[in-house]
Design a protein around this ligand. Sequence first.
Ligand SMILES: [Zn+2]
Length: 313
Amino acid sequence: MQYDKSSGVSSRPAPGTASRASVRSRRAVLTGAVGAGAAGVWALVAGLPAGGHDPTGGRALRGAAAPGRAPGTSARAAAAPAAAARPPAHRTRAFAGAARGRTGAAGTRPPTFVRERAHRTLPRPGRRIALTFDDGPHPVHTPAILRVLRRYGAQATFFVLGECAARHRDLVRRIAEDGHVVANHTWSHPDLTRLAPAGVRDELGRTSELIHRTLGVPPHLARAPYGAWDRASLRVCAGLGMEPVGWSVDTADWQRPGVDAIRSRVLRSADSGAIVLAHDGGGERTQTARSLEQYLPRLLDRGFAVVPVEMAL
Ligand SMILES: [Zn+2]
């Protein structure tokens, strides 16, 4: 099944993934808290160019990342745009690596290339896997997942929802302090292909601004709900200075198929460069942390480095 037949650029879900309609109904609980938007900030964002076409198919930035971990921020360094707005006062708060992040208007980075599709695998070769967790932070399930990751010294990427992050900013900070990357999964989990560009900009931009104000740096990665990107939303994403990220392995953990089923899905499908999709929010996620406890040590035994997505872009 292809999410968006008209654009031809949306992610294809892995076999066994539920229909978009059922996913959407699962999300109904998440969609009740959309705020009015941050009109002032997004007027600034609207003026930013969206970047040009990338003939390299999303690989232009390969090799540009600095070595080492930069929790919650990009390792890429560049000058801030001349038109940068005044950063938040807490921008200089001492999170490791935060000072290296580029910042423009609150929540934005300089525009990047407009990708034709989201990154579905890690672009750099090597025996590396990225674990990603969407729809949090959640006060119970996110800490449970963080505990497992910490036990094995693994770093992951958390695509947070703005409306959840706003309620649990302490958890956003804890994710970053543990060395994981905090990324953007929109404010209220809408289907971006059904929104006008201004709506997409509000959903992504507002969330970036919250992350910026919480961690001192804006996110540099975004994932569309349902993996549903189209040309317009990819342009907005680039205009906000973020790379679009999909996945290559879907754990379907939100269906709660059982710990064994989730573990086997990962161990069966995980290959070099895989980006694994799981969820720390949006519902009951006990199976997610328990399965992670089982498949993470096995991935490490197989010689995989478990890395944040940012290290590979
Ligand atoms: Zn999601």
